[in-house]
Design a protein around this ligand. Structure first.
Ligand code: 2P0
Length: 313
């Protein structure tokens, strides 16, 4: 019998960029994210004679998934599997498909192979595939921090139901993967030490902003974390420039909205898309403003969603 799990991508408001040395894919800095509900990865696993992977219906080879399965098998009895994964959103468009992908895969395999993992163990397993996937095990606001580097729920999705508007500015796959980009920044950016030195204080400040549902403080901290991460990318040698012109224009548009009294802030990951976070009553206005920015191809809207789970049969 096949087993199906679903998971949603998450967007980091406090960014993870850079890893610790050594095994386990442990981040160098804590992060804090929101899990989205409108974007979904659905992954089905089934016993097979040999591993086989289908993404959105097409047979594929994926070195990162193959490496991760080999790593998981060092610790867990996981037989050969036919894996079929489907995203209801563009896979290569910088929308955190590896977060939802590895969270769904870890959840499906845990159930299918009877590993009996706790949420924390499942999060650690997902992290070994992709750091951000550790956070998609949970819904709402989620922290990923020392010493365990397992996703920890901070606030349930309905406790502070913010909205997210994603502005897609380009849809080709990124030229430099996050894993490569992080390593490159760690080894070449003169600002990397400053990034890690401030990380714990930034994390505590953001946790407090979330605990108090303080939108203005969250907006200020999230934009600072995002732009500090992009400063690391830009100061790497050679530089990593994930932005398009429209990315910057979207950041400007969100700032103008905020100056006009709209509660919204923007964040950008390792790609050209802009994610605006706002209060639900402002989502329509934010989406209209971003649609109007030249170079924006399309927009998506989402609320906050739940954690990775086995689908009802
Ligand atoms: C984040 N990103 O915190 C940051 C912000 C992108 C920019 O985590 O190497 O795919 O697989 O652990 O999780 C994207 O990197 O990296 C990411 P790996 P991952 O969301």
């Amino acid at each position: 019998m096949p087993t199906t799990a679903i998971a949603h991508p998450n967007i980091a408001l406090l960014k993870y960029w850079g890893k610790q040395d050594g095994p386990g894919n442990r981040p160098a800095t804590p992060s804090l994210s929101i899990t989205l509900d409108a974007l979904t990865t659905t992954t089905t696993v089934e016993d097979a004679d040999a591993d086989a992977l289908r993404l959105d219906g097409r047979p594929v080879r994926d070195a990162k998934i193959e490496r991760t399965l080999a790593d998981w098998r060092r610790d867990y009895a996981i037989g050969p599997l036919a894996i079929s994964s489907h995203n209801n959103f563009p896979t290569a468009a910088g929308l955190a498909s590896s977060a939802s992908g590895f969270a769904a895969l870890a959840t499906a395999i845990d159930a299918h192979c009877g590993l009996g993992l706790s949420d924390g163990e499942r999060s650690a397993l997902a992290r070994r595939g992709s750091g951000s996937a550790a956070r998609s095990i949970h819904g709402g606001f989620v922290a990923l921090a020392a010493p365990d580097w397992r996703g920890e729920p901070v606030l349930a999705p309905d406790a502070w139901p913010l909205a997210v508007v994603v502005a897609i500015t380009a849809s080709e796959p990124k030229a430099v993967s996050s894993t490569e980009g992080m390593d490159h920044s760690k080894t070449t950016s003169p600002y990397f030490a400053a990034w890690t030195a401030a990380a714990d204080a930034d994390f505590e400040a953001m946790k407090a902003a979330v605990a108090h549902r303080d939108f203005d403080a969250l907006a200020e901290l999230a934009e600072a974390s995002c732009l500090k991460m992009h400063a690391l990318m830009l100061s790497s040698r050679p530089p990593l420039i994930y932005w398009r012109g429209a990315t910057v224009e979207c950041l400007r548009a969100v700032r103008e909205l905020r100056a006009g009294g709209c509660r919204a802030f923007a964040t950008v990951d390792a790609g050209p898309q802009v994610k605006a976070v706002c209060e639900p009553q402002d989502a329509e206005r934010v989406e209209a403003a971003l649609k109007n920015v030249p170079g924006v191809v399309s927009t998506l809207r989402s609320g906050l969603g739940g954690g990775a789970r086995v689908a009802d049969s």
